[in-house]
Design a protein around this ligand. Structure first.
Ligand SMILES: [Cu+2]
Length: 190
């Protein structure tokens, strides 16, 4: 059981050296051509060190399919006394592939602001993603975006925030502190 828990979101070993075969044959049967495929390994920072997981990206007709599996999210807390609730968690692409922790009270500032290549307001940034809902600490989600291709996001980062994204406050949806970060790399069978 311990082994399973640690490997949430990770492909089985026998598939690790052939991501295209894995993608076609197992959980993504709609994928018909060898795709550009990327992954961000997500790790929690000092505010939520238990966060752990993966975000996968692969090119599909019409855009990119994103699939994520995250564990170790903090429990939901309602927003009392004008404080933001903890969860569901803002989830975005950020500009820079630098997940240095920096200030432990405001971690992951080196990842920069939201990746926004076409200069849109927040809520319509290319890297604005749906929020992550914690299910006893675990979130899994898959969605389609037509805002980029895998090749456009290599070397950017994925950030998970403490608070929900309101999709309209500028510049970042009032999503609060940065709990976890991962750099997007071309998939090579991690
Ligand atoms: Cu963000």
């Amino acid at each position: 059981m311990k082994k399973n828990k640690a490997s949430i979101g990770k492909p089985p070993k026998e598939a690790a050296n052939n991501s295209a075969t894995y993608a076609r044959g197992m959980i993504w049967p709609h994928l018909e051509t060898p795709a550009k495929f990327a992954v961000a390994r997500i790790k929690g920072g000092p505010i939520a060190p238990q966060i752990n997981g993966y975000v996968y990206f692969w090119d599909v007709p019409g855009g990119v399919q994103v699939w994520t599996a995250i564990s170790g999210l903090p429990p939901y807390q309602p927003g009392l006394n004008n404080q933001s609730p903890i969860g569901p968690h803002g989830f975005h692409l950020h500009q820079f592939g630098d997940c240095s922790i920096g200030d432990p009270l405001e971690p992951f500032q080196a990842a920069g602001g939201h990746w926004n290549p076409d200069n849109q307001p927040h809520g319509n940034h290319a890297g604005d993603f749906p929020v992550l809902f914690s299910n006893n600490g675990r979130a899994e989600m898959s969605f389609l975006t037509n805002r980029f291709q895998v090749a456009d996001i290599i070397g950017k980062s994925v950030v998970i925030h403490e608070n929900p994204d309101d999709y309209r406050s500028q510049p970042a949806g009032n999503a609060g502190k940065r709990l976890a970060c991962g750099i997007i790399n071309l998939y090579d069978g991690i």
